[in-house]
Design a protein around this ligand. Structure first.
Ligand code: NAP
Length: 482
């Protein structure tokens, strides 16, 4: 992309909800402002109830179903187009979300991998064969499995990874051959719409994908409840996820919800590694990752030394103008969220906690904040704080660490820092979570590995490209004499 074009990417975008590639014209608009400086980044023409019904009907009328090779070709082409436009996408993500530009570049790399892995899966047939003569009750037959697309799926995504969350639902749906209606976050709709446009440009038949923004009652709730839709794939907050579980009716529901992940540092840990993982886990993406380190649990015997080194490390996470390449922490999604996070810190302080670093707010910018002596019943320990807060709590021994770690309603992921294999295995077996990463941040994953939580973090149904393709398909069996 030429420098002039990159600068133009800052101009106010005028986008619209798209039904099978055609812009809606309801006359209502959503304005998207830059969380850092308040500038208008773009507007989106929103959909109304008629548009929502129209999108469902258009998708169901469909067209000729895509072959595996055609799906592969679209995803592969989209992957190369995304690489060509990575600068434009990165600038847009930063402008509408306030994430710093280095995080936006990282996000493009992740979405690229999602497209790549989904394209590869299109070329594999995962059918299985069951011989029936393995039992005295069997016959001389074989049972075969084949995956078939759903009629129509809905993907509802949050703001915190404006591109990657969308890619993680759309690419697997398209790899499965399933038409999908996307309802992205109203806080970050521009990247999502641009990505949909990129998929059309890559050759996607328009009926396979629509993207709708609009009033919750006219769009999201209608999509969730419509009986013609086979699957709702939702990523977002616990409150909305649980409401969807109640109202969706007879359809598949995938829920990827909040987290309150611990990084557990044992006294035998490599302390430099522990400090690095704690800082990366707590502050990357402005702390707005479902798998961010939201509680740092440190064994009492090393707490003082860990805390001293962690505060020094945290000073490297400079927060400021998200477009500056040296900024490591941009804003949170809006000023209201930053004010909320500030109040959570103040409540912990009122309970006896101490702020060792950061804590100051300016608009939607909140400094990376290290807090110690945090009581176990503080709001920031019990509930999810979606921002750059790093509360440190201590534990006596492994039993205590496991109990403390399992004490919240969440069960998404975890990280354990230890060089002792026996301890590592105990945590893997006893933590009530979807993932345990030894000597890594809770968020570590590769885009096609299974991912997802239990308890309030999700229903235990995994995403990640390969598992998500299974969700967006159903398995048919057929049998023949053999
Ligand atoms: P949110 O408020 O729950 O919103 C998520 C999506 O749901 C948005 O598109 C939102 O639309 C839509 N929505 C709102 N009300 C709805 C309703 N009644 N019916 C259907 N959809 C509705 O979540 P968020 O604040 O954007 O995202 C942050 C949360 O996501 C955090 O809790 C984080 O942990 C979680 N998260 C989880 C994972 C995971 O994989 N487990 C990954 C990332 C984030 P509007 O924007 O139009 O309101």
């Amino acid at each position: 992309m030429k420098e002039e074009d990159i600068n133009n990417a800052h101009k106010v975008l005028k986008l619209a909800s798209l039904i099978a590639g055609k812009p809606v014209s309801s006359g209502n608009q959503l304005a998207v402002h830059n969380p850092y400086n308040g500038d208008l980044v773009g507007t989106v023409e929103t959909a109304d109830l008629n548009d929502t019904n129209n999108a469902i009907e258009t998708a169901l009328k469909g067209g000729i179903s895509m072959s595996r090779f055609e799906r592969y070709a679209v995803l592969e082409k989209a992957r190369t187009l995304l690489l060509e436009r990575k600068e434009e996408f990165a600038q847009l993500i930063t402008a509408e979300s306030g994430l710093c530009i280095s995080e936006s570049h990282y996000e493009i790399g992740r979405a690229h991998d999602v497209l790549l892995f989904a394209a590869i899966e299109c070329l594999k047939d995962n059918g299985q064969i069951y011989s029936c003569d393995i039992s005295p009750n069997g016959k001389q037959r074989k049972i075969f499995t084949t995956s078939e697309p759903l009629n129509l799926a809905v993907a509802i995504t949050p703001f915190n990874h404006p591109l990657n969350q969308v890619a993680h639902k759309i690419a697997p749906a398209l790899a499965a051959g399933t038409p999908v209606i996307l309802k992205p976050s109203e806080k970050t709709p521009l990247t999502a719409i641009r990505f949909v446009e990129l998929l059309y440009e890559a050759g996607l038949p328009p009926y396979m994908l629509s993207v709708l923004l609009g009033d919750t009652k006219a769009v999201a709730e209608v999509l969730v409840q419509d009986p013609r839709i086979d699957l709702i794939s939702f990523t977002g907050s616990v409150a909305v996820g649980k409401m969807i579980a109640k109202t969706a009716g007879y359809k598949k529901v995938i829920l990827e919800l909040g987290g309150n992940d611990p990084l557990i540092v044992l006294e035998d840990a490599d302390l430099n590694l522990a400090v690095e993982l704690a800082a990366e886990g707590a502050f990357r993406n402005s702390g707005q990752r479902c798998t961010a380190v939201k509680r740092i649990l440190v064994q009492e015997s090393i707490a003082e030394e860990f805390t001293k080194r962690f505060v020094e490390k945290a000073k490297e996470y400079v927060c400021g103008d998200p477009t500056n390449p040296t900024t490591k922490v941009g804003t949170v999604i809006d000023e209201q969220s930053a004010i909320y996070l500030e109040s959570v810190v103040n409540k912990a302080v009122a309970q006896g906690a101490k702020v060792l670093l950061g804590g100051k707010r300016s608009g939607a910018l909140l400094e990376p904040t290290v807090i110690t002596d945090v009581p176990r019943d503080a709001q920031m320990v019990v509930q999810e704080s979606f921002g750059p807060l790093a509360p440190i709590l201590t534990f006596k021994n492994i039993d205590d660490a496991i109990e403390l770690s399992n004490s919240t309603a969440f069960g998404l992921s975890s990280g354990v820092v230890t060089v002792n294999m026996e301890h590592a295995i105990r945590f893997i077996k006893e933590l009530k979570v979807g993932t345990v990463n030894i000597n890594e941040v809770p968020g570590y994953r590769i885009e096609n590995s299974p991912f997802g939580g239990i308890k309030d973090s999700g229903l235990g149904i995994k995403e990640g490209v390969i598992e998500a393709i299974k969700c967006f398909s159903y398995v048919k069996t057929f049998s023949m004499p053999w």
